[in-house]
Design a protein. Structure first.
Length: 413
């Protein structure tokens, strides 16, 4: 058929099946068929979770010898696969193949639904879930599901403390020893990693790698939906959530979800009442940098936000937004009692105080009005940071009873 010669008859028979497409070896669990018995045996270990190949160095086990061989290169730091385009080396062939396509722009994996093509099969699989809305990665604590494994891993840290390596100086914890080692250098101020282009020094290999891409303009991380390129995986992960609408970063105080870690960090300052951003002119403190920037325009008299209709300028974006409602007759603020609408929030507040004296309970901090004293008392906990509702399982406290009830669900199986 093809003229290929073999020294053993059994090897010829195995090869012959590549022409006939014969698959005599069938898995008795899922009925998938294979042309070789060895392939069936490897496949079957996926059902039995058998891992007979064990690393002599760290004891980690694998279902295939090839997986073990690849893993061992972590210990030996061997990287036998070299890219002839940029000289970058890899310990695994599939990582090399994935990287090489960033040079060739090859996209061999097409979507059968929309025809979009991808450079990696993992990107194709993730993309397919945008059509099926499938979320196969499920949290075994609260049953929340995710379309990406990385989002599940990030979410799982809410329930378990999987950080194994602790810094003996500041007690900060890390899931990998290499990250702890890099962290130590922040205490010693040592910067052993130097950029070979600009000679800038870094304390972390990871930060050096990220910096190096500012010179090469390399963007190895591609979105499998749009496909936009990124120089950092964290940027890709944050971008991808704009497509999936997932919010894997949860506040452990009020359970509010966020699509980005930076947004969660900014939100947490509300609970701690921490205000790390201080005005150089008047020493006023803010919990967000954006709020400080807006405040500084009071001193500089700068008004960078310009109305496209009447060219009136504003120092704050929110003021421009409220002003724009006047042109388009949009009135998004509605009175709860008479349903009258207003273009600006302060006009609604004034209306409630003057025309609805039946709302006598007014917050002395933000002037929001309430019909019942109990509603005002509950609202004021937001300002006082008082948390009278405690979880009877873990002791965590909340300002609102509803938040405490929602929190208790994470303890339920």
């Amino acid at each position: 058929m093809c003229g290929m010669a073999f020294s053993r008859k059994i090897v010829l028979h195995k090869h012959y099946r590549t022409h006939t497409n014969e698959k005599p070896f069938v898995c008795d669990v899922c009925e998938q068929a294979f042309s070789r018995k060895s392939t069936l045996i490897r496949h079957y270990r996926g059902h039995t979770n058998e891992k007979p190949f064990v690393c002599d160095t760290c004891g980690k086990a694998f279902p295939r010898k090839q997986n073990l061989n690849e893993h061992c290169r972590i210990h030996t730091n061997e990287k036998p696969f070299t890219c002839d385009g940029c000289g970058k080396t890899f310990s695994r062939k599939r990582h090399f193949n994935d990287h090489y396509r960033t040079h060739t722009k090859e996209r061999p994996y097409p979507c059968n639904t929309c025809g979009k093509a991808f450079s990696r099969i993992s990107h194709l699989n993730s993309h397919i879930r945008t059509h099926t809305n499938e979320k196969p990665f499920v949290c075994n604590v609260c049953n929340r599901s995710f379309s990406q494994k990385s989002n599940l891993k990030q979410h799982s840290r809410i329930h378990t403390d999987d950080n194994l390596y602790s810094c003996d100086i500041c007690n900060k914890k890390f899931s990998r020893k290499i990250h702890l080692n890099d962290h130590y250098l922040t205490h010693t101020k040592e910067k052993p990693y130097s950029c070979r282009i600009c000679s800038r020094k870094f304390s972390s290999r990871f930060v050096l790698k990220r910096h190096y891409r500012t010179h090469t303009k390399e963007k190895p991380y591609f979105c499998d939906v749009c496909p936009k390129g990124f120089s950092q995986k964290s940027q890709l992960d944050e971008h991808y959530i704009t497509h999936t609408k997932e919010k894997p970063y949860s506040c452990d105080i009020c359970l509010k979800g966020f699509s980005r870690k930076s947004h969660l960090k900014r939100h947490l300052l509300i609970h701690t009442n921490e205000k790390p951003f201080i005005c150089d002119v008047c020493d006023k403190a803010f919990n967000q940098k954006g709020s400080l920037d807006q405040h500084c325009s009071i001193h500089t008299k700068e008004k960078p936000f310009l109305c496209q209709v009447c060219t009136k300028a504003f120092s704050r974006k929110s003021d421009l937004k409220n002003h724009s409602f006047l042109h388009f007759e949009v009135k998004p603020y509605q009175c709860d009692l008479c349903c009258k609408t207003f273009a600006q929030k302060n006009n609604l507040r004034y209306h409630q105080r003057v025309h609805h004296p039946e709302m006598p309970f007014v917050c002395n901090v933000c002037y929001k009005a309430f019909t019942r004293k109990s509603s005002l008392d509950r609202h004021q906990l937001v300002h006082t940071q008082e948390k009278p509702f405690a979880c009877e399982v873990c002791g965590k406290a909340f300002s609102q009873k509803g938040d405490m009830k929602r929190h208790k669900n994470i303890h339920l199986d």
